[in-house]
Design a binder for this molecule. Structure first.
Ligand SMILES: C[S@@+](CC[C@H](N)C(=O)[O-])C[C@H]1O[C@@H](n2cnc3c(N)ncnc32)[C@H](O)[C@@H]1O
Length: 293
């Protein structure tokens, strides 16, 4: 135990370990899915140390107060990443906050697949924080990466992440269904990546998603496929013959999205891929030869 250093010198300050245990209990009562991890990550954020160093760290009075305030906000189900200001993705720390979709771990699978493809010119549609574009560009600096995002609230986060982590990436503010988007590179793209909004509207989601992820970053009509025909059209126009695409999707769309792509007659080798839990997660396809479809 040590003492508060501000105006209450007589009050004993709990140890960091006691503060974390109490925070985890508060978060558990609030229904937070991973209360202990979140409590530790908030403490690490406040103390400015990696989570692995918490055992040997000491806490000051003002830090204890700050931790208490952040735990109260997390208990009200503000996303952890909004409180720390960052989201981990593919070994990077992306800046995130209100107005931008928080990148998810599952999307790393799509990036992993993408990094196995030979590609010089790459497009990321529906780029959000830039997770896919930035992760790809940092691993493949020789590639030319373009990304497209429509949301005025997401774009400042995207631009910040690109400027800090992968400044050569080109950011384009546009709707992916616009027939002229990236028209200067039509027919020349080797690889097109996309994690679009795909959740069916009636799907129950956590409070953090319902209240803090932008609605049109997550949901896309009754079946979640509302934006897919436009993405397929734009992808077909941008890709060179034989170029490849990958689109992440909801686990209910492992048959419907491949079917939708086959139905356009524009793609060949349409294959669905599962995540580590065995759930359908993303579809890949080749841009068919212009004449053979
Ligand atoms: C599920 S989030 C994915 C963000 C990022 N790619 C990732 O994996 O973290 C979908 C993104 O698509 C954007 N979006 C939705 N509709 C769009 C449209 N018609 N044109 C361009 N962007 C769109 C949203 O603003 C959001 O940033």
């Amino acid at each position: 135990m040590h003492r508060l250093e501000d105006d209450t010198p007589e009050r004993e300050l709990p140890t960091l370990s006691q503060l974390i245990t109490a925070a985890a209990a508060t978060l558990a009562r609030a229904g937070v899915a991973s209360p202990r991890v979140d409590a530790e990550l908030l403490a690490a954020h406040v103390l400015g140390v990696p989570r692995s160093r918490l055992l040997t760290a000491a806490v000051t009075g003002p830090q204890a107060g700050e931790l208490e305030r952040l735990v109260a906000r997390r208990a009200a189900r503000e996303p952890l990443q909004h409180l720390t200001g960052t989201a981990p993705f593919y070994g990077l720390e992306l800046a995130v906050g209100p107005g931008v979709f928080i990148p998810r771990f599952e999307t790393e699978l799509l990036v992993e697949w993408a990094l196995k493809q030979p590609a010089r010119r790459v497009v990321d549609l529906c780029s959000g924080s830039g997770a896919i574009a930035v992760a790809f560009a940092t691993r493949r600096p020789e590639a030319e990466v373009h990304c497209v995002e429509r949301s005025e609230r997401a774009l400042p986060w995207l631009r910040e992440n690109v400027a800090r982590l992968a400044p050569a990436v080109r950011v384009v503010e546009a709707d992916v269904s616009d027939e002229s988007v990236l028209s200067d590179i039509s027919g020349t793209v080797d690889l097109l990546l996309c994690n679009p909004p795909y959740v069916p509207e009636a799907t129950p989601v956590d409070v953090e998603v319902a209240e803090h992820d932008p609605h049109d970053a997550v949901f896309a009509g009754d079946d979640g496929l509302a934006l897919m025909p436009a993405i397929a059209r734009t992808a077909a126009r941008l890709l060179r013959p034989g170029g490849r695409l990958a689109i992440e999707h909801d686990d209910t769309q492992g048959e419907s999205l491949p079917e939708l792509l086959r139905g356009t007659g524009l793609f060949t080798v349409v294959e669905d891929h599962r995540d580590l839990a065995g759930r359908p997660r993303f579809v890949t396809a080749n841009r068919g030869d212009q004449h053979r479809g």
